[in-house]
Ligand binder design. Sequence first.
Ligand code: GLA
Length: 726
Amino acid sequence: MAIVYQEEERTFTLHTRQTTYQMKIDNFGFLLHLYYGSRTAGNMDYLLTYYDRGFSGNPYDAGNDRTYSLDVLPLEYSTMGIGDYRNSALVVRNHDESESCDLRYAGYSIRQGKYELPGLPAVHASLQDAQTLEIMLEDRVSKVQVRLLYGVLEEADIITRSAQIINGGTDNIVVEKAASACLDFAGGAYDLISFYGRHAMERNYQRIRIAHGSHVIGSRRGTSSHQYNPAVMIAGQDTTENHGECYGMVFVYSGNFMCEAEQDQYNQTRVTMGLQNELFHYPLAPGEMFTVPETILCYSDRGFGDLSVKFHCCIREHICRGKYKDSARPVLVNSWEAAYFDFDGETILQLAKDAAELGMNMVVMDDGWFGKRVDDNSGLGDWQVNEEKLGCTLGELIRKVNDTGVKFGIWIEPEMVSEDSDLYRAHPDWALQIPGRKSVRGRNQLVLDFSRTEVRDHIYGQICSVLDQGNIEYVKWDMNRSITEVYSSGSSQGKVAYDYVLGVYDFLEKLTTAYPDILIEGCSGGGGRFDAGMLYYTPQIWCSDNTDAADRLRIQYGTSFFYPMSVIGAHVSAVPNHQTGRNISLHTRGITAMTGAFGYELSLAKLSGEEREEIKGQIRRYKEHEELIRTGNYYRLSNPFQDAYAAWMHISKDKRQILMQVVMLENHGNMTVNYVRMKELLPDLIYEETGSGRCYYGSALMNAGLPMPLELGEYPAYQFYFSARV
Ligand code: GLA
């Protein structure tokens, strides 16, 4: 049993293969957090300590006991007005404007299988693989109820949390702040690792001490954002890739979020993960319920490498869905960096012919095929094929592309509207805007109000009529600006940001149900909405608009802490690189892109004969290793922000096949040799490196490493494939 309720002790214990999570209902009915970490046994309420603490108030029911204070005790779901002055997981404004919420235990249930969340993405699992715990809490005065949801995936070492806020009273209330997870650590000192960035430079690694005060990351942009990813690690201060304890929190949501990490007056740590409280005031009428998006939790006592492998499995197996969850992705060529807006049907067809000859599986027609979309100033919202530009119907083009032997994919940006579009001229009120104010433009476009059903339905109809014109096997779903005008004529303002995201999910759910065979790749100016919420609908996401190999190594490094290789869209592009001007060799660009869902993004017609041969070889090699890259365990072997090289490896589950990839980042006169140590091999197995035919013991490769060749030039790269000798 993964979930146990001990009646006498009033403890709930969640066990996974290697971890334990424990809570207790105390004498006053408060739900206290006891422990989360390596697997333990028994009742751990001895960890709770009680002292008379000045200026830490005592609940009325504690009578004269001044040692009992919720300002000090570890809580499972913190609220306002009960004498806890640390960060709140939940703030509710009652009908009388007070913000007190005194949640006491009101019941529980345990069931086989994993809970689902209405309208929201969430971890899914088969009935055997998961259990659900629901704990009901209630404020006896306001009748606000909170249903805490816990999903336990025992084998996967995953615990998920969500919360549902129910207005059980007779007056309206407003949810002002809501997190799905609150983790209290009574002892210890921790670091917070988060991933910050900007357009074309996403998910840089940042490690800071969790110090007194609050450190807050999040998004107010309407999407999860390029600037902060909704996923963090909390780690012991000596934790590394290979050693030490660490926790991961991944928010399964694609909109505004907030993660707060706080060290309190007694050096205790609290980290909450949930919705952004700015631009959010969610009204609940009597009987209504609000669901907070899910947070995935995982713990490892074996460093970040092990934690990442667990999150990769969870996202690959229990977030991604559909036909492509477990299958090879097509090697594609995308028209964007090949031609930008400057293409016609012939250009696409030529791309397809070249793609077929080089061994690629698909051509993707990116932005520019619809409406009056001559550049990025017009046309969004008019999803009618520009047959004049293509020189034929879409159906004809797709047939010709398919005749060359490759599949056809297309780009869309359904959430947007250009002011210069027929849609905007007909329905200016469909864009998110505030009456009386001029809207902020982003890429000269406005955002459609996806919180409104009629807006979504109209766009959905248009998109379907495009998809029905031929054999479209891939869609790139883009979203190219941040939201500014959080205002809808259709609803209460505090709901708009959340309802918008649920609108996007609703659209995607309908689309994936109607077209289950289409592979959808998410995108938001590259990786501006790279989160577990989107991955529930789109099993891969374009990682970044930056295709420069040297930068991409770092972006993919940051991305790899939580997200598996199968979901990371990675392409080889032309040099000089369009984002940085660097001239990195085709070989190195190939190795860099082979870390994810591999493809190309350049004019194939301009390639030399030599480059064509090299690309054929790359595609052959990628296809040889594709399964290992997609399903194997991935380990980082260096930190490209600090080390002289970027190195990583993919190892099969049985540990008999390994692909190690290395890109040298620094070269100096009379250069020193770098030794790359591998991980998780079987020490007594002999591995043969196929390139050289040399054999090594696993223990040697792990403990001494492999010396990297010294080669002149910039960013030389190496790929080593090892297989275990029988
Ligand atoms: C975004 C995407 C690019 C490309 C363009 C098209 O920037 O990230 O890959 O699709 O839009 O406008």
